[in-house]
Design a protein around this ligand. Sequence first.
Ligand SMILES: [Zn+2]
Length: 451
Amino acid sequence: MKTPSFLITIITIIFSQSLYSQQIAHRNSVIEKATQEISSANIESYIKDLVAIKTRHNLSSKSNPQYGIGAACKYIQNKLENLTQNGINKPEVILYNYKAGGAGSRLGREVMLTNIVAEFKGNSNDNRVILLLAHYDSRSFDNNDSTIFAPGANDNGSGVSALLEISRVLSRVSTPVNIKVAFLSGEEHGLLGAANLASIAKTQGWNVIAVINNDMIGNSRSSETELASNLKVRVFSENIPSFETETMKRDRVFNSAENDSPSRQLARYIKEIGERYVDNLEVKLIYRNDRFGRGGDHTPFSKEGISAVRICEYFENYDRTHQRVEVVNGKQLGDLPDGVDIEYVRKNCALNMATILNLSLSPDRPLNALMDVGGLSSSTRISWSDPSIGKKPSFYYILIRETDQPLWWKKIAVRGNEVVIPYSKDNYVFGIQSVSEDGCESLPVMIYGKR
Ligand SMILES: [Zn+2]
């Protein structure tokens, strides 16, 4: 038998301030600096520039330099290609063109659309990829009208501006893993750009560990009920994975893992890391893949079996989303810049920044994490292997929560590859993370029982 692992310390990480009394927030200086570099003024100017293009409808002009989806594509491409000042991590900007539309589709005619991806290469041989998404197309009330003013300041100028600002800051930071920042077309006509990129990721064998879709992250006031707050944001994640083999299904049922999909682990991670670095922002986990009747660009990725979530404002304003720009009974309709809370976009942008940097500085997830469920015991024996790529972890966190709790309650730091902890396998859910020397943790893996 292996020597039991050395239990080095117990850190109580408290997630819910209403239930517990204390919280430890150790901030890594590189991550903290990067989140503080996010500029509200830049975000505001990107949104104004995008709105000035008048429409980014998928069937709008591709040749006019000032108007239409072609101008928007060029604008984003130029911003990314100009990231040269202090450019220690200049991205490679790749345009992925794809054919969309035609008979029987939501797009009235066939058209060539473009996804723009800024690829920030990692400074090591660690091939993991973190993928950020925001769609840059826009629409008005009639989704077939390609010439009407469709400013899309919030949907999705907010997400695009956040990703442009993240790209600017990323160009000054060097990280071990690859970060791809993707600006997608075709969303408003059926997630076409996302489906194309997801299939490229699959066929080219990208080792994508997380997809974070930002779609509408700037409105902080609800229509009708007039509730307002920029203090909380939603992260949507699927419950039961939409991609599941028979073996995965049997494992899920055996382990009662319905609240522990890989996408849910990513959502919890965004909450933990985001709240560690971004002040005055609470991340609300929504136990749904998306809102009723409406989809998002993360979904084609989850369907391919990739962990993928959507970040979205907590309150939505239906007077401003997909509406004609006009004043009706004294009320302004349409997706104009005055409906975007820039400070809210800044915080949501920082939430992305902190998450991807913490993840990129972490070792890869442990492998073969299993617990012994064969015998009758009040303690639980857990074992795992080191990750096979990237830097070796400095230590691991065993994560614990009761079966009826939504968030991890306690983290136990351990060394080695095996531990016995005095918590019953029947009453708790366990997870595990790899941790770097300076405390950056990987995404958690739920620890399954050996069948
Ligand atoms: Zn949208």
